[in-house]
Structure formats: C-alpha cells, structure tokens
Design a binder for this molecule. Structure first.
Ligand SMILES: CC(=O)N[C@H]1[C@@H](OP(=O)(O)OP(=O)(O)OC[C@H]2O[C@@H](n3ccc(=O)[nH]c3=O)[C@H](O)[C@@H]2O)O[C@H](CO)[C@@H](O)[C@@H]1O
Ligand SMILES: C=C(OP(=O)(O)O)C(=O)O
Length: 434
C-alpha cells in the first residue's frame, strides 16, 4: 500500500512555488471545447490526477488534447460526441463541467449523475435550473442527466439559491453562446470564476461582472481557441502557509496571491502568524506560540471550506479553544476521527467542531478521507511526536503536485513509499509529460 510517512519536529525553511489552481484549470479545460475553431493553449497546468481525468473525458469525446511541459493544448474543431460516462464522473465530480459547453455548442449533453461524496451530497440542481431557464429540457434517469435544447439557448435571468461555484461556471459557459443576455444573480465570486470568465472573454465571449454576485453574459455566435495562463492555486498556497506556521518555520510561498486569500491571511494573523507580502509571493513565519481563533467557512470572500481541515491542524497547536463552523458542505468533518488517532481533542457539535489546544500530537496510522483532509493530516504530522503514516493517497493526488517532494525541499522529514513496490501510474504519467 502506498503511504506518505512524516516524522515531526523539523522547522520548515526556504522557498516553494505554487502550481496552477486545480479549481481554475478544470473549468478552463472543459470550456475549451466550446471553441469550434482554433486551438486553445493553456499554460501553468498542474500535473494532477484530476487534470488527467478531464483530459480523458475530452479525448473520449473526440477532442484532440495534448499535455506536455505543464501546457495543455485542446483542439475541439472536429465534431465531438456529447456524452461523459460514469467512469469519469465517478473519479472526479468536476466532469459535470462539460454540460454547459456541450449544451451551448451542440444543444445536447449527457453526463453521469455525480452523486454524493465524502464531504456531502453535492447536488447539481442549480446547474440544471440555469439550463432550464435558458430553454433546455432536462431529463434525469438511469443514473444520467441529459440536457437538450431545440435551437439556440435563450438568455435568461438565473438566481442561484446558494452561490455555487460549479453552477455559476456551467451557466456562464452555456450562456456564452446563447441568444441574448443572461444574468446570473447571487453568483459565486471565487477567483477561479474570474479566471474562467477571462478565458471565455479571450475566446470572444462577452461576460462582465465575474468576481461579483451579478454576472452578465451577452451571447455570441461562435468562440475560438486562445492562449491562457492559469492562476496560482490559493488552496495549495494556503496549505504551505499552514505548514510553515505549524513548524515555527520561515517559508516564502512563490506565486501566492494575497488578494485571493484575505480571509485566510487575516485568520492566521489573528493566531499570531507573521505574514509578509513580497514581490513574488507571501512569506509566512510561524510564532513560538499560536493563539486560538474561530472560523466559519463561507463562499468567497469568506473563509474557504477547502482550507478548513488544514486550519484544524493548526488550531490543534494553538493555545485555547478554537471553534470551526462548516457552512458550505454538510459532512466535511471526516478528518476529525483521524486527528483523534493522533491525540487531538476535538468535539463535534452539529456543524461545528470545538478544538482544544495545544495538544501533544502523536504520530499514528491515518487515512486521507478527502484531498484536503489528507493534506491536513500531513500538516499535523509535521509537528507530531514520531511517525505519521497517511494512506488513501489517491485523494491527495487529485489536488497536490509533488506535495511530499515540496515539503521535503523545505526540510520536512517526509517520504512517499509503496509497500508493494508497485510502479505508481501517476508518477509515470507525470514523467511522460515533463
Ligand atoms: C472543482 C471545484 O471547483 N471544486 C470546488 C467547488 O466545488 P463545487 O462547484 O462542487 O461546489 P459548489 O460551490 O457548487 O457547492 C457549494 C454548496 O452548494 C450546494 N449546491 C451546489 C450546486 C447545486 O446545484 N446545488 C447545491 O445545493 C453544494 O451541495 C454545497 O453545499 O467549490 C467548492 C466550494 O467552494 C470547493 O470546495 C471545491 O473545491
Ligand atoms: C472539494 C474539493 O474539490 P472537488 O470539488 O474537486 O471535489 C477540494 O478541492 O477541496
């Protein structure tokens, strides 16, 4: 079995570079199939398992997708098939992001229903509500959702009951080729939405307001391939910020954008962490003593749910009682049980976790229950007594490129081993593209 083994106690020092954002690259690659002419060339593409999955989804639809040296080239000018089977959606929920582009270009898309996952039920009703408002018929049956439209989609006003990232992206992509104006109200404001809108606008779309709650899209007749560079991953950056803080380290995180992480920076500063903005990134210096604080996860610009478990690792090292309230996903506390194996004092009360700190964390055998939980367990292991062995690495590989190597380069005592000495497929694929 593959595992990451961490021995706690090393102070992290040095410089680490953040890769391109998973949550930006997936919608951008999905959007590239809207272009009926020209190639899209996408730079700073991280070599993540999810990127290989979206590449397979598009290739299976007959798009020509190449991946080399962190650049993906997509030529979708040949006719595409309009179906994404369960095998892809099962691996990665973000496969549903092909619904909008296919519906816009072909008036038809059929994708396996994503179902729930370890962090919650994660329905796609708001994506479908948007498509229906634009005149599409939606049919759900036999584990698939099929959307179809007679002729072009029609621009419409769509109010999202919650500012869903995926729904905002899917509706924005569908609306880019619709007839007339679409207005998304209560849309998601994440930096990844802005990156997608910038990509679509370069392709010829007319989108204004991305990054605010009201997004206006004037549909155009056709979109073309373009060149684009993906923004830095704010969640990977945040994970390294916690790694530095938890080890009383001093790390420069290159590429990190303070503008994308205001809530995290503020909360870490409240805990006593020193954060300095430098020309090419953020320097994070861990204090001798961390102070307790409270966080509540919220849509951007609120505190990101994707940093909740990593912050829990940090709070375990802080003096006093911290409270974490998760409002975005209904079941994102699976890591609590794993932290308890490391001697954490945690109490779940409804949608909140009470964290008593500081505790002497002990190395233990733990499992990554989702990708951020996996990263959080590694972070806890950096400051635990003895060896922490983290399994279920497939989750971590969905969202982090070379996490072990990057932490080791900062001085962490960490290695990835495979008990069964099986050649790691992902590592092989990464070396093929580098
Ligand atoms: C690939 C990607 O970008 N993933 C991110 C994206 O996921 P994703 O786009 O799936 O997350 P959403 O913003 O859609 O989900 C937020 C909440 O809205 C609910 N909801 C969503 C859609 C819908 O149709 N109906 C509905 O009720 C969800 O169940 C959840 O409780 O945003 C999440 C919230 O910041 C992040 O944790 C994920 O890392
Ligand atoms: C929940 C996450 O991603 P996804 O939506 O791809 O599952 C995440 O990145 O933490």
């Amino acid at each position: 079995m593959e595992k990451i083994i961490v021995r706690g106690g090393r102070q992290l020092k040095g410089t680490v570079k953040v890769d391109g954002a998973k949550n930006a690259v997936l919608p951008v690659i999905a959007a590239s199939i809207i272009a009926s002419e020209g190639k899209s060339v996408i730079h700073e593409v991280p070599a993540l398992a999810d990127v290989f999955t979206i590449k397979e989804v598009l290739t299976n639809m007959n798009a020509d997708v190449r991946y080399a040296n962190n650049t993906v080239t997509v030529d979708a000018s040949k006719p595409l098939t309009t179906e994404a089977p369960f095998e892809y959606v099962r691996k990665m929920r973000a496969s549903v992001l092909v619904l909008g582009p296919l519906l816009a270009r072909y008036g038809h898309a059929k994708v396996a229903m994503p179902g729930g996952c370890a962090i919650g039920s994660r329905p796609i009703d708001l994506h479908l509500k948007g498509f229906e408002a634009m005149g599409a018929d939606v049919h759900v049956g036999n584990g698939y959702v099929e959307v179809s439209a007679k002729g072009r989609l029609k621009g419409a006003k769509v109010y999202l009951d919650v500012p869903s990232v995926g729904a905002t992206e899917n509706i924005m992509m569908a609306a880019a080729l619709a007839e007339g104006r679409t207005i998304i109200e209560n849309g998601a404001k994440e930096p990844e939405i802005v990156d997608l809108a910038n990509f679509l606008n370069k392709m010829g779309a007319k989108i204004v307001g991305a990054g605010t709650e009201t997004i206006k899209i004037d549909g155009v007749d056709q979109l073309h391939g373009v060149e684009h560079t993906i923004i830095a991953d704010r969640i990977e950056a945040g994970t390294f910020m916690v790694a530095s803080a938890i080890t009383k380290g001093n790390v420069l995180i290159k590429g990190a954008e303070v503008e994308h992480m205001r809530s995290l920076v503020s909360k870490m500063e409240e805990m006593g962490v020193i954060i300095e903005e430098e020309e090419d990134g953020i320097r994070v210096i861990g204090p001798d003593k961390l102070k307790a604080t409270d966080i509540k996860t919220l849509p951007h610009p609120g505190f990101p749910t994707d940093m909740q478990s990593q912050m829990m690792a940090l709070m375990l090292n802080a003096e006093g009682t911290s409270v974490i309230t998760e409002t975005v996903f209904e079941n994102r506390f699976m890591h609590v049980e794993e932290f308890r194996r490391m001697n954490a004092k945690l109490k779940i009360e409804g949608r909140s976790v009470i964290v008593e700190g500081p505790v002497e964390l002990q190395g233990a055998e733990v499992a990554a229950t989702d990708l951020r939980a996996g990263a959080a367990l590694i972070l806890a292991g950096l400051n635990a007594d003895g060896y922490t062995r983290v399994t279920e690495l497939k989750h971590i590989d969905r969202g982090y490129v070379n996490l072990t190597e990057k932490l080791a380069s900062l001085g962490a005592d960490i290695e990835r081993v495979d008990d069964d000495k099986i050649v790691i497929d992902l590592a092989k694929r990464r070396s093929e593209i580098s």
